[in-house]
Design a protein. Sequence first.
Length: 108
Amino acid sequence: MIGFIFYSLLHSIGESIGEKVGLQENNLYIGKQPTVTQITETKAMFLVGDYFRKTEKVKLKVIYMVDSQDDNYYYVGAYEDFPERVHIYKWYKVHKVTGKVTYEKIEY
């Protein structure tokens, strides 16, 4: 609630001086606003592949697929590619703006 009151106050100040006020990723911008570009699903899969190779010490044939997405994240599955079946190995989420990859622990 305090954050909303603070932002409302700054927004009012921005209007009074004729400048735009924006909040993005916990950063406050008065005046020129940053350009926001999102990574593609393909880029998200490549980022997960790079992250997987750096963090996992297994020798598997792995395929990556975007399973779903929301406003902020792509959810990417890392699958073991067996000739007779495909097995889900791990899930990751990739931030659409920053490209940060995070392991997503799923409880079954």
